[in-house]
Structure formats: structure tokens, C-alpha cells
Design a protein around this ligand. Structure first.
Ligand code: 5GP
Ligand code: MN
Length: 321
């Protein structure tokens, strides 16, 4: 199956001259690392490539060569559209702007709905970049140091430094191969995962001060007021969810983040054995069993109530089964 799929992808790529490569809104390290990694490889093969992330890219990834190539809009036409790390077409933010059905969908989300003509979805991969690194030469493309740096950054960020439960021997072998191109794992780790601004740490403090707990779950919120008080104006929770999901003995953690344009973003994290993508999907979101998210239009109090209620129901299902 892999071989025939790889052949199909190879043919599509070899036929195309202008490639549009896109990823999801509110992009993370896997979205951007996969976009840059595959984009640079296509460019090296002589393609005219347009990399598009409509929400731009996190500044923590500025160190990646290729970061400056990312555009926030689609201007030109294309003859092949490839989507990476994105579970559904709507989540690119481009569904209303592009009528064509995407050509290739490369992803690892369990909630992927196979929206393209060719769907390379491997839910056992710890990151989309793992799929790209493993198969890129079968697609007629070559790896170099800059591509390896982007792909390894994607794997390290999506696995929070190789600590998520979906990290496999294969993940580590692929990472080792990428590392042997001569790049620095320390640079990637520090730039993409560890370094934080003082403001972001103060923002964490605001969230940590409001932690709440009941049987089986912890949660907190980050408000626009917290942003103003701490001076942190980045997107989302500055990854505070990765800290609170480390609270001992708690299977599910949740963060509610008030949005500048209205509405609330919710992030769930779960210990192995629990699947929070199910509760995220109830609200039109998605993700992985261990990490999922959704966007809500209503106010913080209302969203908190309904999300806590439904997550409690999910936990109770596990208790009774
Ligand atoms: P985060 O909580 O870090 O934003 O996202 C956790 C995981 O869930 C990521 O894999 C992300 O792509 C996915 N995710 C987050 N929000 C949404 C959403 O609104 N829709 C879908 N389909 N996936 C989401
Ligand atoms: Mn991912």
C-alpha cells in the first residue's frame, strides 16, 4: 500500500511545475516544519513553490532557513495543491478561497477526513514530518541539511522533545537519520521548545494561579486581561498546557484561552488510555487521542461550563467501562 501510494505521489510531483503547499490555521511546529521541509525539497527539485500559512508562523521558528518564504495569502495559480499536518480542508483557512479539491493530503491526525485525491494518513506517526522524512526520497525528492533541520524541528515540537506516548522506535530512528546530516539538536531544542520570553512565563503564572481540579481533571483559563497584565500577546497559551498536563495522577487537563477577536480556544491533553479527540470532535474540533483542541464562539464562562460537563461525561464513560 505504501509503495503504490508513494508512486502516485511521485507521479503527481513529477508532473507539477507550480506547487501550492499549505498547512493549518494557528500553526504549530509540525505544521511549519513540515511545510518548510517539504517546500525546500520541492524547490531543490526545480519546482516553483508557494508556501502558505494564513496565520503566519510562530516566531520561535525564525531560526529555520525557509521561515521567510512563508506567505499568508495565495496569489498565484498552481497545478498541484499539497496539504500537510491538517485534519480537514476547512482547517487550512483557504476553503472559501480555493475551489479545487486538494491533490495530496499528508497527515497523522486520527480525525483526518481524507479530503484530498491522494490521502497519505498515518496515525501511527508521531508527527507529519515523520511521514515526510520517511518517504521523501520515494517521492523523487532529496534531503539536505536545511530540510533535515525543519523536519527534525517538527518532530521535536510535536512530541514535546520525544516524550509523547506516540513516540516509537521508528520516530527515534528517523530523528537519528535527520540528525546525522550534521544539524544541532541543542539549537532546535532550545529555540523551538525551551526558550521563552519573560512575558510568556508571567502569563504562565497567571494561568497557574487559577488552576482548578476535580476528580480526574485539572483546568485553568487565560484571559485578555492576563495578556494585558503580563504583556504576552502571542497566540494561545504559550504551551502552558504542557506544564499542567504534568500534574501527577490527573488523566485529563484543559486550558481555556480567551481570544482577542472574540470566542475561546480550548486545548485538551490526556494520559495514555484516554481519547480527548472524541470530546473535541463533539464541538467541531479535532486532534489526537492525547492532544486535541476546538474553537468556540461563546464567552469564557459558558464555554467552561459546557466543556467541563462533556469532559466529565467522557471521564465517567472510562470509569464505567
Ligand atoms: P492544540 O491544543 O495544541 O491547539 O492542538 C492539539 C492538537 O489538536 C493538534 O494536533 C491540533 O492540530 C489539533 N487541533 C487543535 N484545535 C483544533 C481544531 O479546532 N480542529 C481540529 N480539527 N484540530 C484541532
Ligand atoms: Mn502534528
Amino acid at each position: 500500500m505504501n509503495e503504490s501510494m508513494n508512486n502516485l505521489i511521485r507521479q503527481e510531483i513529477s508532473k507539477a511545475q507550480k506547487v501550492l503547499l499549505v498547512s493549518h490555521i494557528r500553526p504549530d511546529g509540525d505544521a511549519i516544519g513540515s511545510l518548510i521541509g517539504l517546500g525546500l525539497a520541492l524547490e531543490a527539485a526545480g519546482k516553483n513553490v508557494n508556501l502558505v500559512s494564513i496565520d503566519g508562523a510562530p516566531s520561535s521558528l525564525k531560526f529555520l532557513p525557509g521561515y521567510q518564504k512563508i506567505n499568508q495569502s495565495v496569489e498565484d495559480g498552481f497545478d498541484l495543491l499539497i496539504v500537510v499536518d491538517c485534519s480537514d480542508w476547512q482547517r487550512t483557512g483557504l476553503a472559501t478561497k480555493i475551489e479545487d479539491k486538494p491533490g495530496i493530503n499528508i497527515d497523522h491526525h486520527i480525525t483526518n477526513d481524507h479530503f484530498a485525491r491522494i490521502n497519505w494518513v498515518d496515525t501511527t506517526a508521531a508527527a507529519t514530518a515523520e511521514i515526510i522524512a520517511e518517504n521523501i526520497t520515494s517521492w523523487g525528492l532529496e534531503l539536505n541539511q536545511e530540510i533535515a533541520r525543519a523536519l527534525l524541528t517538527a518532530i521535536i515540537t510535536d512530541t514535546i522533545g520525544f516524550r509523547t506516548s506516540n513516540v516509537s522506535p521508528r520516530t527515534l530512528r528517523i530523528a537519528a537519520d535527520l540528525l546525522s546530516s550534521g544539524i544541532s539538536i541543542n539549537e532546535i531544542y532550545m529555540q523551538a521548545l525551551v526558550n521563552r520570553s519573560l512575558e510568556a512565563m508571567r502569563y504562565w503564572g497567571a494561568g497557574l494561579n487559577k488552576l482548578q481540579k476535580e476528580d480526574g481533571m485539572v483546568w485553568t483559563s487565560l484571559t485578555l486581561d492576563d495578556q494585558n497584565k503580563t504583556g504576552y500577546y502571542g497566540k494561545d497559551d504559550a504551551d502552558l498546557i504542557n506544564i499542567i498536563s504534568g500534574i501527577e495522577g490527573i488523566p485529563i487537563s484543559i486550558i481555556f484561552i480567551e481570544q482577542p477577536g472574540g470566542g475561546v480556544k480550548v486545548s485538551w491533553r490526556a494520559q495514555p488510555g484516554y481519547d480527548v479527540s472524541r470530546v473535541a470532535q463533539e464541538f467541531g474540533g479535532g486532534g489526537h487521542p492525547a492532544a486535541a483542541g476546538a474553537m468556540f464562539d461563546s464567552g469564557l464562562k459558558e464555554v467552561q461550563e459546557i466543556v467541563i460537563r462533556n469532559t466529565r461525561k467522557l471521564l465517567n464513560n472510562y470509569k464505567s467501562s
